[in-house]
Design a protein around this ligand. Structure first.
Ligand SMILES: Nc1ncnc2c1ncn2[C@@H]1O[C@H](COP(=O)(O)OP(=O)(O)OP(=O)(O)O)[C@@H](O)[C@H]1O
Ligand SMILES: [Mg+2]
Ligand SMILES: [Zn+2]
Length: 483
């Protein structure tokens, strides 16, 4: 477009109807049905991260309510009447957009309360869109509460926020709540493709995918990145351009990183970090890329369907091969650790990945080898070893309490002591009962050599020993057949 004033893509492509809003069907459909049925709430709460359609949807709803092409609210506003046009431009006098961040005092809310009583001048409804509503002061919230409780019939409030947890429950309970979702990579790619086609920009799939991935579910972000790339390369965007502009970490680097970790090769790992820093790339972004990479490996390893991966097909194959060199436990650990590292960035990816890792861990519950159970098994092993070393069978020994200062009497412990030991053992048993492998020998009072032998032959236990040798191994995972 050869406009004198270049309008950024995000503004030029602001959806004008609910049908154009991407990835929020659960919301747009409900709102349209409510308008169609004439069941219009007086207070809406739009929650969701930046740039995924809150303000856009608020404006479309306002158009639905006030479009003059019909004599009542319509789920399909015309887009051409005076109201529709001015609402889209943000200049309609009955649709008032207020920035909650800069109008956050009681006085500000009082003013809204005064205003709201006056009937709309040219519309059916007076619509108040309060953005960043979480920024209101407590007193302002309280003042707002009264209005939300008994609004005049012509008033509709749309409160929008990126931070739901900062909204008092009293406010939330008076609103109809809508949770906007980050938009999936496929939806983002389809939207970007549509924009590129309309704008006459050629862009490879790989490049679009990289843009969508970098946007991390944000539609405005995706469009802004596309803007940036159009400025950088004009009419033809390749993956390399995206890489140059965003500093995405190349596949090869992530591969070497995996190799470095697997081989415990510190030099390789530090060299990678050095290269990333030297090339002027953002380390936080790099850490996110690593996290994303391990998340994908984890999803593959856990056997989840491929569409959860948000990767192009060619990459899936490559990743599947790479996933083979890790165990599930290793990947869970890697993901958790990188999620923790990036969590300081308040990244959605970090939160999601940490949650997923926990869920996978729980779903494959036998993986949960608590320290308790490991210690339990180790104690058992030690006793077993001692029993084997001893030339003659040892006298009955208590398992829970340490033996009393060597008083070599082969008699069984006195009754109260024995009860105490039992209670302790029981407590330990309760603690470890989470794991699926109660060790029966651990409960007994004496060490039975045949049990020890069996325990040593138990692959789980020998793997526990491996853990203590500093190796990461799978405790209960099915053995893998690498053919
Ligand atoms: N769901 C969506 N479908 C299509 N385009 C979208 C969507 N969400 C956002 N956009 C694009 O991003 C721009 C900004 O969206 P919008 O103003 O609705 O974001 P928001 O959720 O209100 O964000 P913020 O929290 O920053 O106010 C829109 O102009 C539009 O181009
Ligand atoms: Mg907004
Ligand atoms: Zn209209």
């Amino acid at each position: 477009m050869a406009d004198d004033h270049y309008l950024v893509l995000a503004r030029r492509w602001r959806p004008q109807t609910f049908d154009d809003v991407v990835g929020q069907n659960h919301i747009t459909r409900t709102l349209q049905n409510a308008v169609r049925a004439g069941r219009i709430s007086h207070a809406f709460l739009f929650i969701g991260s930046r740039g995924i359609g809150k303000t856009t949807s608020a404006r479309i709803l306002a158009k639905c309510l006030n479009c003059t092409s019909t004599d009542k609210p319509t789920p399909e506003p015309c887009g051409t009447c005076e109201n529709c046009v001015s609402i889209a431009a943000g200049s309609n006098i009955d649709v008032i957009e207020i920035d909650g961040a800069s109008n956050n005092s009681v006085e500000d809310v009082r003013q809204i309360r005064e205003n709201v009583r006056m009937v709309p001048s040219r519309s059916r409804y007076k619509v108040y869109v309060i953005d960043e509503v979480h920024q209101l002061s407590i007193a302002a919230f309280n003042a707002l509460l009264k209005t939300l409780e008994e609004p005049p019939p012509h008033a509709v409030f749309i409160l929008a926020t990126t931070e739901a947890h900062k909204i008092p429950a009293t406010i939330i309970s008076r609103c109809q709540r809508f949770d906007f979702r980050r938009v999936g990579i496929n939806d983002l790619m389809a939207l970007l493709r549509k924009i590129c086609d309309a704008e006459g920009v050629a862009c490879s799939d790989e490049a679009l995918h990289a843009i969508a991935r970098a946007a991390d579910g944000g539609v405005r972000d995706a469009e802004s990145i596309l803007d940036q790339l159009v400025s950088y390369c004009d009419k033809e965007i390749t993956f390399k351009d995206v890489y140059d502009v965003l500093g995405l970490v190349e596949w090869q680097v992530l591969h070497s990183l995996c190799e470095g970790l697997r081989q415990h090769d510190v030099a390789v790992l530090l060299r990678i970090v050095e290269d990333v820093v030297a090339s002027g790339k953002d380390l936080a972004e790099f850490t996110q890329e690593i996290l994303r990479h391990f998340r994908n490996l984890l999803v593959i390893k856990s056997g989840a369907p491929e569409d959860l991966l948000s990767l192009p097909e060619t990459e899936v194959k490559e990743m599947t091969r790479s996933a083979e060199s890790f165990t599930l436990t290793e990947l869970i650990r890697l993901v958790e650790q990188f999620a923790e590292l990036t969590s300081g960035l308040e990244s959605q990816l970090a939160q999601r990945t940490a949650l997923e890792a926990l869920l996978i861990r729980l779903a494959k519950r036998t993986l949960d080898v608590s320290l308790d159970s490991v210690l339990e098994k180790l104690a058992m092993l030690r006793e077993g070893a001692m029993a084997q070393d001893a030339p003659t069978p040892l006298p009955a020994r208590k398992r829970a309490a340490p033996p009393p200062p060597e008083k070599k009497s082969p008699v069984a412990p006195s009754a109260p002591k024995k009860a105490k030991a039992k209670a302790k053992a029981k407590a330990r048993g309760a603690k470890t009962s989470r794991t699926d492998t109660p060790a029966p020998a651990a409960q007994s009072e004496t060490v039975d050599p045949s049990e020890v032998k069996a325990a040593l032959e138990d692959p789980h236990i020998s793997q526990v020993v491996d853990v203590f040798k500093g190796r990461i191994v799978d405790i209960h995972e099915e053995p893998e057949h690498n053919d």
